[in-house]
Ligand binder design. Structure first.
Ligand SMILES: Cc1cc2nc3c(=O)[nH]c(=O)nc-3n(C[C@H](O)[C@H](O)[C@H](O)COP(=O)(O)O)c2cc1C
Ligand code: SF4
Length: 413
């Protein structure tokens, strides 16, 4: 088979209008997976590839597989995380619906590499098409997968996709994060070492298993090698999921979505765990996980959402904080009460009903909430709030002082 690096991507192959790729077509296009013996040797290749996790934290995939493999007695568990609870992300669904067999391939490679007997497909119950397609894909691969893979409906909710919540749900039917010191790779599903990995990360692992680390590293324009799925939304003519090289600039991503983004003032990068940025400042910055540490944009789960000229940053932020407060798993005080109080004050500011010191209180509460939860949910919410306070600083001040919004030029209610 002759394929160039550019065509060997997750979404290469038939267009999404053609529907889910069937198993025979998938195998004809990409070839079979390497034999089991080779899959067991893949961890150094994954490490050399530089593949990073796509669930939001950009943790190196090879390193995580090694941590599970070191603890496995041949009894580990692989959980394919397709919860996708981030409201502005659609990339995991697009992948599961269009390339189900690539996701299954990745799970199989992972299971052989880490020494796992069981694979759990943990897919958001609201993602009905993904359930239907994966269920049918499993049927196509009988008897190879019989008794080894099960498809589970993840409860609806932002926090249900967090790794310890995933394990807690599979063990106890309760999708709330746990406080235990030991992480899933040590003690996970059924007390066994468990690899919780995002669907996109696994699909790329399936391609790297076929084509090698050098192939993967041949793409990428910035410091992080490879390609990634992004969900582009907001004030763009052609929103949707695209596969890009890491390191594309925000302006280039806007162009892919059909706009120069001239009327846009701000962009939300990385989803609700990411942050707002001023478009003027970041237009030519690369989207690259490695840049986050250097104060760059980061990547999160690949959300790039452009605020239109009619978007009030204060109102948009109040909506997001309200959502995040509502998604707290209600077991840590600072998260439950702090996020609720911040959301309420944000709504007062947004609607022109601010109390005298709401802005000051929001900033103070933010400091009291950060780092005080069992999971990173409140940290993500506070990170987003802080970015909004910086990017929409004038707007927040105007809402606090006069209850007025420069977008509507009227009372902000
Ligand atoms: C509040 C919260 C929600 C999360 N939701 C998801 C999710 O929906 N899907 C996902 O893959 N990872 C989600 N994660 C990240 C997971 O905890 C975990 O890091 C990820 O599934 C690991 O896969 P990766 O290394 O391939 O990114 C979430 C994390 C947090 C803190
Ligand atoms: S920090 Fe919030 S979301 Fe996370 S476990 Fe505690 S209450 Fe639940």
């Amino acid at each position: 088979m002759t394929t160039t690096p550019a065509t060997m991507r997750l979404l290469a192959g038939p267009p999404s209008a053609a529907g889910p790729e069937q198993f025979e077509a998938h195998r004809t296009r990409l070839g079979s997976l390497p034999p089991v013996g080779d899959r067991r040797e893949i961890i150094p290749i994954l490490e050399a590839s530089g593949l990073l996790g796509r669930g939001g934290a950009a943790f190196p995939v090879g390193r995580k597989w090694r941590a599970v493999a070191e603890r496995s007695q041949g009894d580990a568990v692989v959980v394919v995380n397709g919860a996708e609870g981030e409201p502005r992300s659609a990339k995991d669904r697009v992948l599961m619906v269009n390339r189900p067999h690539l996701v299954l391939d990745g799970a199989l490679v992972a299971a052989d590499a880490v020494g796992a007997t069981d694979i759990v497909l943990y897919v958001g119950s609201e993602h009905r098409d993904a359930h239907r397609v994966l269920g049918r894909a499993l049927g196509e691969r009988e008897p190879e997968l019989r008794g080894r893979v099960r498809l589970v409906a993840a409860p609806v909710g932002y926090v249900a996709g967090e790794a310890t919540a995933v394990v807690h749900f599979l063990n106890r039917g309760d999708a709330r994060p746990t406080f235990l010191d030991r992480r899933p790779h040590e003690v996970g599903v059924g007390g066994r070492p468990t690899l919780v990995q995002n669907v996109e990360s696994l699909a790329y692992a399936a391609l790297i298993a076929r084509h090698g680390d050098a192939w993967y590293r041949s793409a990428g324009r910035g410091r992080t090698p490879g390609t990634a799925l992004v969900t582009v939304s907001g004030a763009v003519p052609r929103p949707g999921v695209r596969e890009i090289e890491y390191g594309l600039t925000i302006a280039e991503i806007a162009a892919l979505a059909g706009t120069a983004a001239d009327g846009t003032s701000a962009v939300l990068v990385g989803g609700y765990f990411g942050g707002w940025a001023s478009l003027d400042e970041v237009r030519d910055r690369p989207l690259d996980p490695a840049d986050r540490a250097a104060g760059g944009l980061g990547f999160g789960c690949g959300v790039v959402s452009f605020a239109g000229p009619d978007t009030c940053g204060v109102r948009a932020t109040a909506e997001i904080m309200t959502f995040m407060a509502g998604e707290s798993a209600a077991q840590c005080g600072p998260c439950v009460f702090g996020l609720a109080a911040i959301a309420e004050a944000s709504r007062r500011l947004a609607t022109g009903a601010a109390a005298d010191d709401d802005l000051e209180r929001i900033d103070r509460w933010a400091g009291q909430v950060q780092g005080r939860g069992a999971c990173h949910h409140p940290d993500g919410a506070i990170g987003l709030l802080r970015s909004a306070r910086a990017v929409f600083a004038d707007e927040f001040a105007r809402h606090q002082a006069r209850g007025r919004c420069s977008v509507t030029h009227a009372a902000a209610a």
